[in-house]
Design a protein around this ligand. Sequence first.
Ligand SMILES: *Cc1c(COP(=O)(O)O)cnc(C)c1O
Length: 367
Amino acid sequence: MSNYTIAEVDLSLLHNNIKIIRSITDNVKLLNIVKANAYGHGIIEISKASERFGADVLGVATVEEGIRIRESGVSLPIIVLFQHFKDESDLVCKYNLIPIISNADCLEYYDRYLKKYGGKLKLYIKVDTGLNRMGARPEEVLSLAKKVLSYDTLSIEGINTHYAAADMQDEYSKDFTNNQIRIFNEVLNELKSNGIEINNAHTANSAALVSYRNTYFDMVRAGIILYGYIYDDYDLGIRPILNLKSRVALLRNIKKGESISYGMTWKSNSDTRVAVIPIGYADGVPRGLSNNWEVKINGNYYPIRGRVCMDTIVADIGNGNVNVEDEVLIFGNDERINANTLAKRINGISHEILVNIGERVTRVYKE
Ligand SMILES: *Cc1c(COP(=O)(O)O)cnc(C)c1O
């Protein structure tokens, strides 16, 4: 097994990011989002570390992700953030997951299972305050809540909503977010005045967590900020916890006028030396970085020449001090080459860079 190309995750930096989030948000509970293989960092290890570092709840996208975490022995509450299918209702109950509902469709399925096998299910109600993706419309929430409470097997653990533009600073986006907050508060008040007290209300993703104090309610949902990324204008001490690394496999001499890689997109205008590095777009180095990125070797940055291939990139090292097997940083905890600066190069966001780190990249954990 080759582990020359690795994603090195520093769990002590995760711990530190969690402490910073705790200090920003005072006493509210912390839900760590570990969906999509914990944004590429490894769902089991990050879930276990989250439990050790004091997170209150975990958030996943699918029932299957929740089951994997349960089977690994983690005992934290696990919320399934996205709509599951009716035929997954039994598994939700069996594995003690917390579903978020937008309507009453699954209630009878939960109830049937619980009547048969015993136990109770706690669930969340999602309110759609403007994202228009999931959730009951605000005017439907009260009747949905009453419907849930009409089953003696079900209880309402909490209520939540999600923002459409908490990461954007323009006036339209700010107004939109503030309106979402207002609608959510109105729904809470309506429930309360009808005698339905809800203990766990949460709305804040990472962007809201740093930009809107009035989004915290009882809990915040920390996603990308856990992994060390948040907008440039905030220096909160949050640091990227993952370094995507490889090693120099081969050094080669290139003559003036020769091209490198598919499509001959780059030609050398002098004799030079290049390092061939065994990492490519299959490993999460976007093809859009062709002739458009630099990697760090022994403290120096060297440009990528030619196209990014499925399994290889080539860096122009000139007469730099580079040897075969030297370590190469592709991106990570580095001011110049990190998932944010990389995302900007290809018009993306750090989330998608991290989740696209390939399966064959060995995850290595240190603390
Ligand atoms: C993914 C997700 C988050 C986390 O978003 P970040 O931008 O990574 O903080 C929060 N809430 C919900 C519902 C999500 O799906």
